[in-house]
Write a protein that binds this ligand. Structure first.
Ligand code: ATP
Ligand code: MG
Length: 187
């Protein structure tokens, strides 16, 4: 007997979709690039993907920015290229707080199926963004929205509400052998 032909593509009812919270943390390399890899996969499946990068300069043009722009995946920097050496911590803090407001709106709107919050653990660690509010927003987001958070030292309260947590552990890093950051690999 011939297999019956499907007349319509199967669309899962809204209630069946399960938005996951994924956290990539730890001191090894690969957290942000894993998040971009997931963004690529989700984009391939027709999900609406949006990426926010805490601390990164708004005008950053690293490899990921160039590639994601070609795919039409919005990626925005929410910082000023902050390092501990940067002069104006107040400005970095204000940018992170404004950035969080933008990210929060995007998550709660339900318009984006996957929202990546790259390096979001740092503003939480520095106390620039309230951990309590951050966790609260993630808990109360629309049920279909997937969120990825990356960054070292993810707070326990975030891990508690996450569905999938991966810790990248440094076994070796070329940087420790004196190899400088390589274009296309590190940025
Ligand atoms: P990637 O962006 O390559 O996925 P990551 O997100 O895991 O790395 P971060 O902690 O965000 O790494 O660090 C940002 C930069 O520091 C990246 O250029 C990364 O390659 C580099 N880096 C990551 N881990 C280490 C390490 N253990 N020692 C030195 N540099 C590192
Ligand atoms: Mg990173």
């Amino acid at each position: 007997m011939e297999e019956p032909k499907r007349v319509k593509p199967y669309v899962k009812p809204e209630g069946e979709r399960w938005g996951l919270l994924l956290v990539y943390t730890g001191d090894g390399k690969g957290k942000s690039t894993a998040a971009f890899g997931l963004a690529l996969r989700a984009h391939g499946r027709g999900l609406n993907v949006r990426i926010f990068q805490f601390l990164k300069h708004q005008g950053a043009r690293f490899g990921e920015h160039r590639a994601l722009a070609r795919l039409g995946i919005p990626i925005e920097g929410l910082g000023d290229g902050f390092t501990w050496k940067s002069r104006d911590l107040k400005a970095s803090k204000a940018l992170a707080q404004e950035g969080w407001e933008r990210a929060k709106k995007a998550i709660l709107s339900g318009e984006w199926d996957l929202v990546v919050l790259d390096e979001a653990t740092y503003p939480l660690r520095y106390g620039w963004v309230s951990l309590e509010e951050f966790v609260d927003v993630l808990k109360h987001r629309p049920s279909h929205v997937h969120v990825v958070v990356t960054g070292r030292l993810a707070p326990g309260a975030l891990l508690d509400v996450a569905d999938t947590v991966t810790e990248m552990r440094k076994v070796k890093h070329a940087f420790d052998q004196g190899v400088p950051a390589q274009r296309g690999i590190e940025h």
